[in-house]
Design a protein around this ligand. Structure first.
Ligand code: GLN
Length: 328
């Protein structure tokens, strides 16, 4: 079942979603990280990047917000690249926990591996695996370079956020050391925790997140820069992880109602991937009780439902004035 639309029509739909939810005041900013509680809650942006590299936007798409847990996807890609899917499956896993992102109980229940690189435990384990193990400076360079490559432009740490998060991340410290007791952390736990906190403190825009999502949708080739960032065989692996746990304990409901594999962050960003079609991102700081942005999820769900697009359906979206996708 094919839906053929023009980019203009998609732009109109993005604008419609923006106006529909712009004034929604549900939820509240994350407050367990003091910096996030002070961010202007009225910010809101939606960006879609197609597989030919064109980006459509509405609202605040150039504002740099804390990437937070969306960065877990990028670093999962990095370790998948460095170790291969089989090793990541064995050392971390790809299961949904069905529990909050920072759950200690999830670690206790699943001693043999931290479940998935898309919750805190697995993400800290993933950071600990980043090569070269034991060289934190080079590890950080590799983590940031990978994120910049996926986004097609540079990112920078929001210093105030990094400080704010570093002095309040007691729960994550407990996670890092609990992983150590199960031999499920593969570098110094304090170093892994610091690098994880740094990656969560990177400033990112909705536009950059949509380009990163489009790189995944485009099987590893960044459609804006034309650079291959990861092997095409990894794309379905990462999309499956996003579907399983991208909205934490609400992942099932999210997939059921939107059909969009996506990953949220407590900074208010969400990044979604519709393979072969587009990458989509939205940003709004107010969160629901599971830590997922309220307006961002409403906007993305609205766009997906209006298009009738769904990763589980046979609907194919094609664009009337599409440029040739970047391929080798
Ligand atoms: N840095 C945050 C934390 O570890 C990220 C959580 C999130 O975005 N869900 O608590």
């Amino acid at each position: 079942m094919e839906l053929r639309i023009s980019k203009q029509e998609l732009q109109e739909l993005v604008d419609e979603a923006y106006s529909k939810y712009k004034d929604n005041k549900e939820g509240k900013n994350a407050d367990y990280i003091p910096y996030l509680s002070r961010v202007n809650s009225s910010l809101f942006g939606i960006a879609v990047t197609l597989c030919d590299g064109d980006t459509l936007t509405a609202g605040d798409c150039d504002y740099h917000f804390g990437i937070e847990s969306v960065s877990k996807v990028m670093t999962a890609i990095l370790v998948l690249k460095q170790y291969g899917a089989e090793t990541i499956m064995h050392m971390i896993g790809a299961d949904a926990t069905g529990m909050p992102f920072n759950s200690i109980l999830a670690i206790l229940l699943e001693k043999s591996h931290p479940s998935t690189p898309l919750v805190n435990a697995g993400a800290i384990a993933a950071v600990s695996m980043v090569q070269p193990v034991g060289n934190s400076k080079q590890k950080w360079q590799n983590i940031q370079e990978n994120i910049d490559d996926l986004c097609g432009s540079e990112t920078a740490i929001i210093d105030e956020l990094y400080k704010s998060e570093s002095v309040t991340n007691f729960n994550n410290r407990a996670i890092a050391w609990l992983l150590k007791s199960y031999s499920r952390i593969y570098d110094d736990p304090d170093v892994a925790l610091d690098l994880y906190t740094r990656q969560c403190s990177l400033g990112i825009t909705a536009k950059q997140l949509s380009v990163c999502a489009a790189t995944i949708a485009n099987n590893g080739i960044n459609p804006v820069t034309g650079k291959r960032i990861f092997n095409a065989s990894l794309a379905p692996r990462i999309v499956s992880m996003m579907s399983a746990v991208g909205f934490y304990e609400h992942s099932g409901n999210w997939m059921f109602t939107s059909g969009l594999p996506a990953k949220t962050g407590v900074g208010g960003g969400i990044m979604g991937v519709l393979p072969g079609t587009f990458g989509i991102a939205a940003y709004a700081p107010r969160l629901d009780e599971a830590g997922n942005s309220v307006r961002a999820q409403k906007a993305l769900r609205y766009i997906m439902n209006k298009l009738g697009a769904n990763v589980f359906s046979d609907r194919i979206i094609t664009f009337k004035n599409h440029k040739e996708p970047v391929t080798y």
